[in-house]
Design a protein around this ligand. Structure first.
Ligand SMILES: [Cu+2]
Length: 492
């Protein structure tokens, strides 16, 4: 038995007991060291309301983990099971998703896969074996739809770091950065220009179908579908200028672990006069660590990058978008013995190309099966929100039917075609995938769990069906996900 009966009765009574118990028992992996289910948890997380002081005059009230933002940094050891108590002190059932880990469905944290909810004013004790090693994160996994106070618009985001069994250790220290916006509001279009992806190869047929669908919608008098914008921006829960600076010494090699914890935004990051040596994407070491002047992170993407501190001064490390940076999306890097106002300088234009971090020779592994996926936008079709479809089907939260049936042990290729002008950071639960083709360019060796798919572009990723059970695929842009951009895989 993996849950304390008294706690559970306190949590939700008999219904919760019968609903939660059979599944909880399965969460302890076979062969793992036995853990006393009655003992203290390794970690306790409380979901509840909290105040986040982004700046002295910018204190917001939102849902948080343990009353803080970001949630506590959880450090696990690869392969060493952990016991986690998750208490939900709110009035609504919750899901806590362990993003980027290869976990069973009953702990992954997605109701679409069958993970039990953490009941309102209740709790769940879960046990799992963390992995794979590297930078992961945890966040709520609800679909708030038009309610911009819910889901990942709030403060339920925290970093997970799973320590590898052997650490390469080519750095002096680690700094964790969580990028996150607050105070969302609906708008009609007006998104920033997102022309930063390379290669920029567009597929003409996708462009023609997407543009003609949009023209037809506007001709009928439809407005542009809602977008979300924000008025407050933060790194580690502080607006630029209001947090402690990152204090560094000349010659130090600082390993930054950066998480884009946004509900909807794509972020960039630069540190004037410095280069980022990207060593891992989504927590997984890349085949070709490469130095770049600018980082780009789609929603839920993570980057681990080493910066050699060789330009003494006081600097702003921040987003390229002036509007977002001046409203908080930045932090200060301060060298020892240097004082003064932090400097910002816009870097030269730079395109983000995943393949730069891949193998020079793709491995050419064949997939057992290729799954074609086409993403379309139905402009403003759902109460003014864009409706999103995968192969012409908008996901139904009522039916929750799997769209793709897999066979365990096979290697699958997802060939994703974007028939919209939006960038989609698409995410696969419970698996890592290998990037095999980006905008027509072959690559290999880059393992990720989110990839940005550019407007009217194609991306191919491969994954092994090695973690049976329902598996959720979705765009990590909350508005897209909530309005249809999800699909379930299951194994037969
Ligand atoms: Cu999307």
């Amino acid at each position: 038995m993996t849950i304390d009966r008294r706690q559970l009765l306190h949590a939700g009574g008999v219904t919760a007991l019968s609903a939660a118990l059979p599944k909880l028992v399965q969460t302890q992996p076979a062969g793992s060291p036995s853990i006393s289910p009655q003992g203290a948890a390794d970690q306790t997380i409380r979901i509840g309301n909290g105040l986040v002081e982004l700046a002295p005059d910018r204190i917001i009230s939102t849902t948080t983990y343990n009353g803080q933002f970001p949630g506590p940094l959880l450090r696990f050891k690869e392969g060493q099971p952990v016991v986690i108590d998750i208490h939900n002190d709110t009035d609504t059932p919750e899901q806590l998703h362990w993003h980027g880990q290869t976990l069973p469905v009953d702990v992954d944290g997605a109701s679409e896969e069958g993970t039990p909810f953490i009941p309102a004013h209740g709790m769940r004790r879960i046990i799992f074996t963390p992995g794979p090693a590297g930078l992961r994160f945890y966040h709520t996994h609800l679909t708030p739809g038009a309610d911009l106070s819910g889901g990942q618009y709030g403060g339920q985001v925290g970093t997970v770091y799973i320590e590898p069994k052997s650490d390469p250790g080519r750095h002096d220290r680690e700094v964790f950065l969580m990028l996150k916006e607050f105070q969302p509001a609906l708008s009609r279009g007006g998104d920033m220009d997102m022309d930063f992806l390379a290669p920029a190869t567009r597929v003409k047929a996708l462009e023609e179908s997407g543009e003609s669908a949009m023209r037809a919608s506007l001709a009928k008098g439809m407005p542009h579908g809602f977008e979300v914008g924000y008025s407050l921006f933060s790194i580690n829960g502080r607006m630029l200028g209001h947090g402690d600076p990152v204090r560094v010494k000349r010659g130090e090699r600082v390993l930054f672990h950066i998480v884009n914890g946004s509900a909807t935004e794509i972020r960039s990051l630069a540190l004037p006069g410095h280069m980022f040596e990207v060593v891992a994407l989504d927590g997984n070491p890349v085949p070709t660590p490469t130095r770049v002047p600018v980082l780009w992170l789609g929603t839920a993407e993570r980057i681990s990058a080493v910066v050699e501190m060789n330009r003494p001064g006081v600097w702003v490390m921040g987003d390229l978008a002036d509007d977002d940076r001046t409203k908080g999306m930045g932090t200060v890097i301060e060298y020892a013995d240097k004082k003064g106002k932090p400097s910002w300088a816009k870097p030269a234009p730079f395109k983000w190309d995943y393949t730069r971090f891949g193998k020079s020779e793709p491995n050419g592994k064949a997939a057992d099966e290729t799954i074609e996926m086409t993403f379309t936008k139905n402009n403003a079709a759902n109460q003014g929100f864009n409706e999103w479809r995968i192969n012409d089907v908008a996901f139904s939260m009522d039916k929750m039917e799997p769209m793709f049936h897999l066979h365990q042990g096979k290697r699958y290729r997802l060939r994703m075609s974007n028939a919209s002008d939006d960038i989609h950071p698409v995410h696969l639960h419970r698996h890592s995938f290998e990037l095999t083709r980006i905008g027509g360019k072959a690559t290999g060796g880059i393992m990720k769990d989110v990839v940005m798919l550019g407007g009217y572009q194609q991306v191919e990723v491969d994954f092994m069906a090695d973690n049976p059970g329902r598996t959720l695929f979705h765009c990590h842009q909350q508005l897209h996900m909530d309005f249809g951009f999800m699909a379930l895989f299951d194994y037969v």
